[in-house]
Ligand binder design. Sequence first.
Ligand SMILES: Cc1cc2nc3c(=O)[nH]c(=O)nc-3n(C[C@H](O)[C@H](O)[C@H](O)COP(=O)(O)OP(=O)(O)OC[C@H]3O[C@@H](n4cnc5c(N)ncnc54)[C@H](O)[C@@H]3O)c2cc1C
Length: 547
Amino acid sequence: MAITASTIRVGKRYRHPRLDQDYDAIVIGSGIGGLASAACLSKMGKKVCVLEQHYTAGGFTHSYERNGYEWDVGVHYIGDVGHTKTTARRLFDYITNDKLKWSAMDKAFDRIFIGKETFNLNSGKVDYRQGLIDAFPEEEAAIDEYLKRMHSVKGAMQTHTLQKILPSWINRIIDLLIKHKRPVWFQQTTREVLEDITDNQMLIALMTSQWGDCGMPPAESSFVIHSLIAQHYMHGGFYPIGGAAEIARTIIPIIQASGGEVFTYASVEKIITDKKTAVGVLMADGNTIKAPIIISNAGVFNTFTKLLDNTLPQVNDYQKNLTQVTPSMGSICLYIGIQDSAENLGLPKTNFWIYPNEHYEQVCDQFQKDIVYNDNITLPMVYISFPSAKDPDFSRRYPGRATIEIVAPCRHEWFAQWQNQPWGNRGEDYEALKQALSRRLLKELYDKLPQLRGKIDYYELSTTLSTDFFCRYPQGEIYGIDHDPQRFKQTWLKPKTTIKGLYLTGQDVVTCGVVGAMMAGLITSVKIGKLQGLKLAKAIFLPSTST
Ligand SMILES: Cc1cc2nc3c(=O)[nH]c(=O)nc-3n(C[C@H](O)[C@H](O)[C@H](O)COP(=O)(O)OP(=O)(O)OC[C@H]3O[C@@H](n4cnc5c(N)ncnc54)[C@H](O)[C@@H]3O)c2cc1C
């Protein structure tokens, strides 16, 4: 069958002669944080050069094509974009000139399987609450208290984010003013807050059933990230029409409109400094590119342990700061192709979250003990997503085909011995391990959707080594640094670094998630743009009062 899809690779292949020499800013990495900051700066009239080491732009928002199928990598669903009034939607519309379109998932956007129990999370504040109450009628008061606490965290988070771009003297005043107003649960783990509300373990398990969205079970995650994620999806899940690659595809023209470009195959080796100021980058091919502003979207570990020269005193300080944070969860993902349509196969626009039981931490603790994989290890969580069902444009691009993705946490140690082997050629043992893991994940799929048995045409598994190879996370950490309470105390996680001219953006600055990383892109450009930045912030956050 002829596949009519056009190539989904985006960005322009880097060759040094293709570059201009008068960029206002260089962005290292084309994740959504990097692209959003580049687009916002471009709209301020700046000429921005984005440098991406992968063969396509987008970071975790990229899509890839193989054997006549297309899969997304880190975009299964996005919340808060169903209404043009939300900040997330306004920012997406701003950086794409309204070109990116969204398709709503089913009313039940997440289906939760905990042991033998099944629950739905329904979109809309009222239906979301009612769904919890219908499942646990005796817990109505606890559920309302839970929703109230989450709401208060959302407000506190706005101030927390604003503080990342304010001068430290203003922050000191704010801290004094709000010290007693910030809810205590801002510093607590999710489990601490929920155990204070109810002792119903199945209800807690349901409330925290999206823990895979930040990669930490409730006893470890901050209640801040829990609340942000739960509220982010409360109004439903959405998927970009045309697939995840549409995100970068619709942002890039905005960057080009100001003379900028997004280059792929463009690996940055070092950030060049002169008199303690960042002045450019050294490329892997030995060429240099100069600009007065350098923005790193490569994550804090890469930025401060690989890209900067250790002799800079500030780098030493940052390396000490890095001891306060930890890399997040690694994952495996099975990418599946079927020669039939999502409609014929009955695939839902609903994500499946599958848990062996409600005691998430016990399973995770056991999981942490096994540094060598064996089939007896209980997977703490398995997540199944049906992208071809979510994308109304998929059947036009790939008629008579469907795709499924299955994600599960894994230990980087399972794969570490092959880290230095070349991609695509890591040997038979590695392939055998991947086969064992694939069979394991397929079993979960057939358990939930037995009609798919015998229908699968193609599958392949990614590991932490794939995440490192394609997105440069050395331990395959899919959410950057962990989202425990400690993370939210790190005042150095902000756009402006102590190295003049160097800025940070992406999921390590505000939070993980496409919208979290995109918000970092916004605040990084607001910080750089000064007066223009303030106007931009006003346009995004207070549209009715902006000109
Ligand atoms: C399996 C998975 C599922 C997910 N599901 C969802 C979801 O459903 N919804 C959601 O909202 N979020 C999801 N996420 C999280 C979300 O995708 C990320 O939080 C977000 O995209 C991170 O964006 P970022 O700006 O930090 O950059 P990243 O996407 O991390 O990109 C950083 C880029 O920098 C590049 N880079 C690094 N070093 C260099 C260098 N030296 N030179 C050049 N380039 C370099 C990398 O190649 C990479 O492309 C998921 C993530 C994963 C992995």
